[in-house]
Write a protein that binds this ligand. Structure first.
Ligand SMILES: [Zn+2]
Length: 467
């Protein structure tokens, strides 16, 4: 037991002391130390280095008795952004488990902040600093849980691999997960990956509303629509030209909605949201997840919320437009870029064919600008979901475990593409109305970080030992 927590425990046992004396578990103490150290190391892409942070963690692991052969600080040659990969050996009954968090952060300019971004500050019940919510908090919890398992002398029934990576916030940079997959897949190969950078448990107006598990992500793709014409003098215009023709095509796209297609993940997410949304929206959510989705409810929900609309269907939107070449000339060319976020179960060919049918004009030529990189959803494995349910129930009875599809993309997509099942499961509750990742004065609730450390360790034991 560490001295500070030993004193804390002794103080707590003295009945005369006030109840607010902070008593921290060993995992909490370590998590706080690691968080302070990581926040104090600048790991942004301008002047920072994830190598320095990886080395700091490596030093702790070695000091705790993890053999040097199981601790690696590695990355591309000539890069200041290396990764930490460490392994705690298990009995091998089950295949390894990979724990993942990124070490890099989005650049913070001290002049924009009211507190120093590259130092951990505790103030009014919050922990401030760049990376306190994305995702050095999660990295600190994983390190603390990994170390505690070693200190408690627990031999897991599978190898536990800890990977703290570079290059997540600056894609495409390829110094992090992509580099590890290409160069050291053997070091990180696992039955599945627990990614703490996704699937946040959420608080709304002071109440814990749900524990999400991120199991899939939408797929990104962009297409170009182009119309060409003969051009000519603008004083003798025919009724049609490429700009008008393209405009009509875009208006047709605007009016079109892809069909609703719910997966087990989005069905669970929408049903879970019905637990905390206002009554009218909750009623529509329940009608939408019914065996046969109610068309009127779908319409109301999509119209009222781009978020729920994006959960229910593939979306495509025109994002760029160009056309013509001179004020006094008929346009010879008009082009638009349409960006799509495709449900992971749908193919990009289907989406492109559908766009062609909706436009229904052979003079509008389609081409692919950014091809889709598929991101197959990770099936909701019963062993993972049951472990999360069990630990969540022990810590926060009544808080529902809800699957989630991300509408953006994270390192989870890279791993899923490489065939590694990945689940986003952060252990630290965030206030849904106070999300500050990438922003100024980034912060989290201090006591949620502490309880998240205990919960994270409990999750690790549930995932990696026989219960
Ligand atoms: Zn992140």
């Amino acid at each position: 037991m560490r001295l500070s927590s030993l004193i804390g425990a002794l103080l707590a046992s003295a009945a005369a002391l006030p109840a607010q004396s902070p008593v921290r578990s060993n995992v909490q103490v370590t998590a706080r130390e690691v968080l302070a150290e990581l926040i104090g190391i600048n790991t942004d892409h301008d002047s920072g280095s994830t190598t320095v942070a990886a080395q700091a963690v490596a030093k702790r692991l070695l000091a705790a008795g993890i053999p040097a052969a199981d601790v690696h600080v590695i990355g591309p040659a000539n890069s200041k952004n290396h990764n930490l990969v460490a392994r705690l050996h298990g009995t091998g009954v089950r295949k390894p488990l990979l724990l993942l968090a990124h070490l890099d952060v989005v650049t913070a300019r001290p002049s924009d902040w009211t507190l120093p971004p590259y130092a951990l500050t505790e103030k009014d019940g919050f922990l401030y600093g760049r990376g306190t919510s994305d995702i050095k908090n999660g990295a600190a919890v994983l390190v603390a849980a990994f170390l505690q398992m070693k200190r408690d002398g627990i031999t897991p029934d599978r190898d536990v691999i800890l990977a703290l990576t570079a290059g997540e916030e600056s894609n495409p940079d390829y110094s992090g997960v992509e580099w590890l997959l290409a160069n050291h897949r053997d070091l990180i190969d696992a039955e599945w990956c627990w990614n703490v950078d996704g699937g946040d448990p959420l608080i709304l107006k002071g109440k814990r509303i749900m524990r999400t598990v991120q199991a899939s992500e939408k797929v990104y793709a962009s297409y170009q629509l182009e119309v060409t014409g003969a051009g000519g003098h603008s004083s003798l215009p025919p009724r049609d030209n490429p700009i008008y023709r393209l405009s009509k095509a875009l208006v047709r796209l605007q009016a079109f909605d892809f069909p609703v297609a719910l997966s087990p993940v989005t069905r669970g997410a929408l049903a879970g949201a019905a637990n905390f949304e206002p009554a009218a929206i909750a009623a529509d959510l329940r009608l939408v997840v019914a065996t046969k989705p109610d068309a009127a409810a779908v319409k109301r929900l999509s119209a009222g919320s781009p978020f729920y609309n994006a959960q229910m269907r593939t979306t495509c939107v025109t994002t760029l437009l160009e056309g013509g070449h001179a004020e006094n000339a008929l346009p010879q060319r008009a082009r638009a870029t349409v960006n799509c976020r495709i449900l992971p179960e749908e193919s990009s060919d289907y989406v492109l064919e559908t766009l062609r049918k909706v436009v229904a004009d052979s003079q509008v030529k389609f081409s692919v600008v950014s091809p889709a990189t598929p991101s197959p959803p990770s099936p909701l494995r019963p062993d993972v979901m049951q472990a999360v349910e069990r630990v969540t129930k022990a810590f926060w009875p009544g808080v529902p475990v809800v699957p989630q599809m991300e509408t953006g993309a994270t390192d989870g997509a890279v791993l899923r593409n490489a065939g590694l099942l990945t689940y986003g499961i952060s252990s630290i509750f965030l206030d849904r109305d106070d999300i500050r990742a990438h922003g100024r004065d980034e912060r989290i609730i201090a006591k949620e970080f502490d309880s998240g450390a205990d919960y994270g360790y409990a999750l690790l034991k549930a995932f990696a030992t026989k219960n």
